[in-house]
Design a protein around this ligand. Sequence first.
Ligand code: ITT
Ligand code: NA
Length: 178
Amino acid sequence: MIRFVTGNEGKVREAREYLNDDVRQIDYDYTEVQSDDLAEIALHGAREAFEETGGEEPIVVDDAGLFIDAVGGFPGPYSAYVEDTLGVERVWQLAEREENRRAHFRCVVAYYDGENAETFSGAVPGTLVAPRGDGGFGYDPIFEHEGKTLAEMSTEEKNAISHRGRALAKFADWLAEQ
Ligand code: ITT
Ligand code: NA
């Protein structure tokens, strides 16, 4: 059993496609260290959550962000804060004024079991567009990849191309070898 530490059910839904029933969501609020390195944030969180939950079961933490080219990678590691404060619609309005609307999502899955500390990362390129679709979560409605926003995709379709799907696929491969 792996404990997936997150307040975000969308992440867990996507992870279940790779880890099946072996994943249980726990909503422990680990410290998100100030860093522009998603792997550092995630691994720090995984170690802290492992200690805080008694150190008995392996922990997974997922740290992700939206990086917009025209504004120097903003909001990047601050994506959750920006979603809560500005909101997705206003992030789109920011991008709308730019000629270059390219962006990418990045995700790092960090695993810690008291012995092994591993990180797995993934990225997906796309273009920011006016919101479309009601699937997914977060910035999915404004992020288009090959003609569809991520919010217009099923979980399976999104996983096949997404930052998280790529990171989870690497993680699942590694796990199978253990
Ligand atoms: P936890 O930290 O509790 O796991 P969170 O939603 O705060 O949940 P992050 O710190 O990783 O997650 O913040 C990432 C931000 O980027 C947040 O606003 C998410 O909604 C958004 N995000 C992450 N993955 C995404 C995805 O696959 N599609 C769209 N938005 C995503
Ligand atoms: Na968070």
